[in-house]
Ligand binder design. Structure first.
Ligand code: NAD
Ligand code: IPM
Ligand code: MN
Length: 359
């Protein structure tokens, strides 16, 4: 009898390589703590398109909804980039997030002391940085209507997307963000473009209103262009950031680079109830796929987030996070985080080092 049913979505590119590592780490921690995981693999993205013609087969969404948690690697690749939008890998991922109603995406960016020299920024700028980006995930310009490419009367085409947020959507992500900030440094920065966009004005008004319920959390606001600049100028000013879908997508990649590599950063996508989805912030890295070069740590830390936020197994999560610290202390580095004097390893060897560190 298993304790948890987990749907695995390896997806495309480096996805299967990093997923293999995450599963080996989960197996190890499961044996150590006597926790049973039962896995089912499902198709998403390009892999699903090739096998079934659609990026999110009904069976995949159903399997995900019925499991206790979903672990995703990454989707996408050159091969599918020219397909019509509804058939593209990215549409499958967006459909999964929407179908599971995962409106809150937590993307932590924490500087690990071992990797300070892997960042493109100066040590004194990034030392001690610990940021949580709370990204709204099922609304905004990604999903707003109308959307499409429409022919006008003159025959000229117009591409249209619409940035929409209803008060209820803002409030629910706002509450997640205030609660998150409350458990951290009690400072929340809401990022918007309220100087130009009405949708952002409503966003800001609601955040100010919500702040009345969280007097212990200090709320501030930044316009997104300034926020992008402040993130590299003085990232230590940030504790928790809350923002919409598109701004969150961009700022979380930027925050990832503070830590040295996007190959390090996990994420958790959560709804009001039901299973969560856990995936790295990075994509399928088609440029290094199949070459045993990928850094599996973002995937492994996503598995740790799954244990912590999805399955309430904090001890198992701690063990995995400690193993990551241990291999970094021991000097193991994939190419993306390599620096002088360290031991260069591929994806597989990093996985073996992680499992060895746990034992
Ligand atoms: P990407 O994150 O896949 O890659 C950006 C750069 O970072 C590349 O140079 C890549 O080699 C490197 N990189 C990423 N992950 C790495 C890792 N674990 N180890 C070492 N290096 C790593 O972004 P992209 O190139 O813009 O997109 C590639 C494909 O991935 C596209 O089809 C895109 O739509 C998709 N994508 C998917 C997700 C997802 O599944 N959640 C996220 C972002 C992009
Ligand atoms: C991410 C990705 C996705 C997004 C794409 C692949 C749909 O960039 O998870 O950050 O834009 O949300
Ligand atoms: Mn992204």
């Amino acid at each position: 009898m298993s304790d948890y049913r987990i749907t695995l979505l390896p997806g495309d590119g480096i996805g299967p390589e990093i997923m293999t590592v995450a599963v080996s780490v989960l197996k190890c921690v499961g044996e150590q703590l006597d926790v049973q995981f039962e896995y089912q693999d499902a198709l998403i993205g390009g892999a699903a398109i090739d096998a079934t013609g659609t990026p999110l087969p009904d069976e995949t969404l159903a399997a995900c909804k019925e499991s206790d948690a979903v672990l995703l690697a990454a989707i996408g690749g050159y091969k599918w980039d020219t397909l019509p939008r509804h058939q593209r890998p990215e549409t499958g991922l967006l459909g999964l997030r929407a179908g599971m109603e995962l409106f809150a995406n937590l993307r932590p960016a924490k500087i690990l002391p071992q990797l300070i020299d892997a960042s493109s920024l100066k040590r004194e700028v990034i030392e001690g940085v610990d940021i949580m980006v709370v990204r709204e995930l099922t609304g905004g310009i990604y999903f707003g209507q109308p959307k499409g490419i429409f022919a006008t009367e003159t025959g000229e085409k117009r591409g249209v997307n619409t940035m929409v947020y209803a008060e209820g959507e803002i409030d629910r992500i706002g509450r997640v963000a205030f609660e998150t900030a409350r458990k951290r440094g009690k400072r929340l920065c809401s990022v918007d473009k309220a100087n130009v966009l009405e949708v952002s004005q409503l966003w800001r008004d609601r955040m100010i209103k919500l702040a009345e319920e969280y007097p212990d959390v200090e709320l501030s606001h930044l316009y997104v262009d300034n926020a992008a600049m402040q993130l590299v100028r003085y990232p230590k000013q940030f504790d928790t950031i809350v923002t919409g879908n598109l701004f969150g997508d961009i700022l979380s990649d930027e925050a990832a680079m503070l830590t040295g590599s996007i190959g390090m950063l996990p994420s958790a996508s959560l709804g009001a109830s039901g299973p969560g989805l856990f995936e790295p912030v990075h994509g399928s890295a088609p440029d290094i796929a199949g070459q045993d070069k990928a850094n599996p740590i973002a995937q492994v830390l996503s598995a740790a987030m799954m244990l912590r936020y999805g399955l309430d197994q904090p001890e198992a999560a701690d063990r995995i996070e400690q193993a990551v610290m241990h291999v970094l202390d021991a000097g193991y580095r994939t190419g993306d985080i390599m620096s002088d004097g360290m031991k260069a390893v591929g994806c597989r060897a990093m996985g073996e080092a992680l499992v060895a560190a746990m034992q």
